[in-house]
Ligand binder design. Structure first.
Ligand code: MN
Ligand code: MN
Length: 291
């Protein structure tokens, strides 16, 4: 299946905006920078480009692998030595990009972790084409990370993307032995190797301030939520994006309509790095949409 050219162009534009936002965020990281300020500046940039954030900017630090976005009152400041995953997405009419880099602030102790993820991502990208077994991509990722003497995070995966669906059903594991499918031309996929010097697994930590509607809330029983659903649909969002204080309160009391995301924390409290691109699977290779 090849999507019509107009569709592909939307994915490409969302990809370029996501990539530029990712690089903007990475460039803002320095000792003393506010975590909430960085997230909000990146999200402002995405909106100024005519797109919407596909999910709240994730700024996960050290042994946090993913899924932390600042709360409205977050006053945390980055410190020298922090290993920060900047994971960013933009969407145009539901056409989502998803991309990440890892930055070490002010020190260079974790170059191997960062490089292992970049190597793994490049190795997997090089294998992508119509019909490639997902296991081949997992093996490329695992081998590249082991080559640096590190472990892949086994229970985090890349994923297919469909309009308004960030995780559309097919996973691309970062280690072998867990998949059986193949990629098909026309699919949009995010590949996201995570490397660690810890145990190689994450567990669920505290709430990371990110939520998502499971489905449409009842317009009769929850009219305020129906308004938010019209805005965010089934994409992840956060309280920072809800200006109205009363609406934020309602959101906190409405967990049964919402999926809430815990922070993913490395089981052995190891340091974690990540690299991620969104790609379009073609007959003979991959087009990187988030260069
Ligand atoms: Mn991501
Ligand atoms: Mn992803």
């Amino acid at each position: 299946m090849t999507p019509p050219e107009a569709e592909v162009e939307l994915w490409r534009r969302a990809g370029r905006i996501g990539a530029a936002a990712r690089d903007l965020g990475a460039g803002l990281l320095r000792p003393g920078a506010g975590r909430r300020d960085v997230a909000e500046e990146v999200e402002r940039y995405i909106r100024a480009q005519g797109a919407e954030p596909a999910f709240p900017v994730n700024l996960s630090i050290n042994d946090e692998a993913a899924h932390y976005t600042p709360a409205p009152e977050d006053d945390h400041r980055f410190r020298a030595g922090d290993l920060v995953k900047v994971d960013v997405g933009a969407h145009l009419d539901g056409h989502i990009s998803d991309t990440a880099v890892t930055v070490e602030i002010g020190t260079s102790r974790h170059g191997a972790l960062r490089q292992a993820c970049r190597d793994a991502l490049a190795a997997a990208e090089g294998k992508v084409r119509d019909g490639v077994p997902i296991e081949t991509l997992s093996a490329a990722i695992e081998t590249a990370i082991h080559a640096r003497g590190l472990k892949p995070v086994r229970n985090l995966t890349g994923h297919t993307i469909e309009p308004y669906l960030l995780h559309a059903g097919t996973s691309i594991p970062n280690a072998t032995g867990m998949s059986s499918g193949e990629l098909r031309a026309g699919q949009v996929v995010a590949i996201e190797p995570f490397a660690t010097n810890g145990k190689g697994e994450i567990r669920n930590g505290p709430f990371g301030n990110i939520v998502r509607f499971r489905g449409p809330p009842s317009p009769e029983r929850a009219p305020e939520l129906a308004e938010l659903y019209r805005r965010f649909s089934t994409l992840p969002f956060c309280a920072r994006w809800v200006a109205d204080e009363d609406l934020r309160e309602i959101l906190l009391r409405s967990r049964r309509y919402l999926q809430t995301y815990p922070v993913f924390v490395e089981e052995g409290r190891g340091m974690v790095a990540q690299a991620e691109h969104t790609l379009w699977v073609r007959e003979d290779g991959a087009e990187v949409l988030t260069p």
